[in-house]
Design a protein around this ligand. Structure first.
Ligand code: BES
Ligand code: ZN
Ligand code: ZN
Length: 498
């Protein structure tokens, strides 16, 4: 999508008209340059009450001698916050028909710069489809890039333009996260992800990508990563992203679960919907997408990220239930179920994170089906060893309309995960209850103390279980289907707005 901002009154292509619920005519401030035939048709529709402008509703006018238009509802005035504007922008793109063409002009009445920016952001977020594996039809209008022009006051032009350019960068991160998640698992395997990261980093002077390959992981003692990935012909690896590493002081650290396909391993999953386990690298995609959002918008602070990439396959080389593995931390884990593999790869990723002495660590993982049972597709599960930090993440999510819901990190859950007869920990809870909480408690054991000091303070850490929100979230109106790219915007907001 190409977006431009201009103070003129020209209407190029189809007019987009965001309206508050109860509007009975075209607001006077929007009348300039509007063809009288189109204006009277819109006014008739509104005064007859045929379009009520309820939130996210749209109505098209096609065939008028005065041009084409799409009216979109912002809902009631008191509810028309930036989230309503973002959703309205997305609704316009979702409802787009061939007859609308590809050129649009949007005009707002009394909207703030933030609201107009959010509307454009919603349009850009929703303007996404994953069609790399389909034959292209060059003549098809729907495949041509959409161009949108925003009419605004002269005084708003500069600020709005800057805001939109920032949204362009962040949206590129969200779309990257979706691209990675949607990619079929025959093409998205650990090394393919690493190669993409490596190639991607070349365009930014301030970003470095390092890949720890299989042999290096074995040598380093990354027993969790190795155990999960060794059953696949496509070997595991760890990818480290460093942005502005030269800059002084501590920076955030993001860690992602990157299981490019989760069959369950020897503890094989049932067949139904197993294809969806291509999304099990959603945590790593979130991390990569966030790095793109930060890099594309020229973020100058230090940020580091680690993705733990493996394919969980059953084979004669695969780990078995009953195996005891030794992780990078030195702690041993009794593997009671090879399908609880995300926590194994993350145990090494979290421990490795300590080497960078980060300000805080956040991990992202499609970790448990139990989290989907608890929260459905409406919210990400959020755990932290620091209540204030958990609140900050929750609020960052609210600020961009991506819900992350606080969940309990309790000593009892941790105890449940250390109750192994032959190892330091076990990768399975005692029963199936509270499975998302026991998984979070398991991870906590691998969050290092600052400087790896034995009795030191544990690094501030949060865990985000995106099993229900990374894909299949039908109420997420920012995306049509497939991977959502959720939390790139949350974490971008957290990092750039404190
Ligand atoms: N990747 C799955 C979690 C998952 C399942 C995400 C369904 C989204 C939808 C994870 O590796 C897994 O299989 N977890 C097990 C853990 C159990 C064996 C303790 C689960 O949730 O069943
Ligand atoms: Zn699994
Ligand atoms: Zn998994």
């Amino acid at each position: 999508m190409k977006v431009s901002v201009s103070p003129g009154h020209n209407i190029d292509g189809t007019l987009i008209l965001p309206l508050l619920q109860g509007s009975e005519c075209v607001p006077e401030s929007l009348e300039a340059g509007l063809h009288t035939a189109l204006k009277s048709q819109i006014n008739r529709i509104l005064s007859d009450g045929d379009f009520k402008a309820k939130a996210k509703s749209t109505m098209s006018i096609i065939g008028s001698e005065g041009g084409k238009a799409v009216m979109v509802g912002l809902g009631k005035e008191q509810d028309a916050d930036i989230h309503a504007y973002r959703k309205a922008g997305a609704a316009v793109v979702a409802s787009r028909k061939k007859a609308h063409g590809t050129d649009f002009t949007a005009r707002f009445s009394g909207a703030s710069i933030e609201a107009m920016g959010a509307f454009v952001e919603g349009m850009m977020l929703r303007d996404y489809s994953y069609d790399h594996y389909k034959l292209k039809d060059d003549d098809d209008d729907e495949e041509k890039e959409i161009t949108v022009r925003i009419n605004c006051d002269e005084a708003q032009e500069k600020e709005l333009n800057t805001l939109i350019q920032n949204h362009v960068g962040v949206v590129s991160g969200v779309h990257l996260s979706r691209d990675l998640g949607n990619c079929p698992p025959n093409d998205m395997y650990p090394e393919a992800f690493a190669d993409r990261a490596w190639e991607w980093a070349k365009q930014y002077d301030n970003v470095n990508v390092t890949i720890i390959n299989y042999d290096q992981a074995v040598k380093a003692g990354m027993g969790g990563l190795v155990a999960v990935g060794m059953g696949s012909a496509r070997k595991p690896c760890m990818v480290i992203f460093e942005m502005n590493s030269e800059s002084k002081g501590r920076g955030p650290m993001l860690v992602g679960k990157g299981i490019t396909f989760d069959t369950g391993g020897i503890s094989l999953k049932p067949g139904a919907n197993m294809d969806e386990m291509k999304y099990d690298m959603g945590g790593s995609a979130t991390v990569f997408g966030t790095m793109e959002a930060l890099a594309a918008t020229g973020y100058a602070g230090k940020v580091t990220a680690i993705t733990c990439m493996a394919e969980n396959m059953p084979s004669s080389n695969a780990q078995r239930p009953g195996d005891v593995i030794k992780t990078l931390s030195g702690k041993t884990i009794e593997v009671l179920n090879t399908d609880a593999e995300g926590r194994l790869v993350l145990s090494d990723g979290l421990w490795k994170a300590g080497e960078f002495d980060p300000e805080y660590i956040i991990d992202f993982a499609t970790l448990t089906g139990a989290c989907v049972v608890a929260l459905g597709h409406e919210a990400t599960g959020l755990w932290s060893n620091d209540d204030d930090f958990r609140t900050r993440i929750h609020e960052a999510g609210n600020a961009v309309d991506e819900l992350a819901w606080p969940m309990p990190l309790l000593p009892a859950f941790e105890k449940e995960m250390t109750d192994s007869k032959i190892a330091d920990t076990r990768n399975l809870g005692a029963g199936r209850y509270g499975g998302a909480n026991t998984a979070a408690a398991f991870l906590k054991q691998f969050v290092p103390n600052r400087g790896y000091k034995k009795d030191g303070e544990q690094i501030t850490w949060a865990h985000m279980d995106i099993a229900g929100t990374y894909w299949g979230a039908k109420t997420n109106s920012m995306v049509g289907n497939g991977a959502t790219g959720v939390h790139v915007r949350t974490i971008y907001h957290l990092i750039t707005n404190g």
